[in-house]
Design a protein around this ligand. Structure first.
Ligand code: SAM
Length: 257
């Protein structure tokens, strides 16, 4: 089931997402797909919670014969590359027959799901293998807090859907043992959780700020700011993150089969 406000937030943020976060998530997706528990050559892949389908694209780049993207947010799916078919669907209820695919990719979306075990069971119904990612526990790279703090000084408060998600996050999603237990609870036999460190590829403070301001929790506030104020806040954020570069992102990858 989609958590309240999440679909609307991603629909609203889709344009900003493509200008900033997408490039970062593309690198993370490539690293995730690189440890998939099945051979990708000629595989049929379903990308759930696909957003702009960066994981589907990574699977195709690594030899998959076909990749389909599915998400609840139409705005995100519209940003997918040409040649990747899309299906508007909740990951908990996928409109596909049993074992239609060889692999499901689920990049950074389990944390949005009200019942991640139910989602992983549904994933297992449509494919024998899954690769899913989440951030490692904790606040993450310090540039995240640095940018949020600058915009907080200009009036930003996290929207209710985001606060609820933080408060109610299924504790197993961003914890290696927890993620492993989710995989087992969903019925996968072989379950492994890897920790990967990925260079975010952000070479300038401006690129870091574009990443953070394109995220769904912050993008609507940023796009509502008066242009002069926005320019000032961006400059302040760039100054705050400059000493914190480069950005390496630590992620967990659940491999189940
Ligand atoms: C952080 S984004 C990640 C997008 C993409 N996987 C990536 O790595 O770039 C999370 C995505 O999950 C989608 N999502 C949230 N809840 C969902 C649900 N119940 N079913 C399918 N997609 C969902 C959102 O619309 C959003 O596109």
């Amino acid at each position: 089931m989609t958590m309240p406000g999440v679909r609307e937030a991603y629909d609203d943020a889709a344009e900003s997402w493509r200008r900033g976060p997408e490039a970062v998530y593309a690198r993370l997706a490539d690293a995730m797909v690189g440890v998939a528990p099945v051979e990708l050559q000629d595989a049929l892949v379903l990308d759930v919670g696909a957003g702009t389908a960066v994981a589907a694209r990574a699977a195709l780049d690594r030899g998959a014969s076909r990749a389909v993207a599915s998400d609840v947010a139409d705005g995100m799916l519209r940003g997918r590359p040409a040649g990747i078919p899309a299906v508007l669907a909740d990951a908990a209820s996928l409109p596909f027959a049993d074992r239609t695919f060889d692999l499901v990719t689920a990049a950074f979306c389990l944390g949005h799901m009200a019942d991640p075990v139910a989602v992983l069971r549904e994933v297992r119904r449509v494919a024998p293998a899954v690769v899913a990612s989440a951030f490692t526990p904790g606040p993450g790279h310090p540039v995240k807090a640095a940018v949020d703090e600058v915009f907080a000084r200009h009036g930003f408060t996290a929207p209710p859907w985001y606060q609820r998600q933080k408060a109610e996050l299924e504790p197993r999603v961003d914890d290696p043992d927890g993620l492993r237990s989710l995989g087992h609870a969903a019925g996968f036999w072989q379950v492994e959780v890897r920790q990967l460190e990925v260079d975010a590829g952000l070479e300038s403070p401006a690129a870091v700020v574009a990443w953070r301001t394109g995220m769904a929790h912050l993008a609507p506030f940023v796009s509502g700011l008066d242009p002069a104020l926005l320019a000032r806040a961006r400059a302040e954020a760039e100054e705050a993150v400059a000493p914190l570069l480069p950005v390496t992102i630590s992620m967990l990858v659940l491999c189940g089969s």
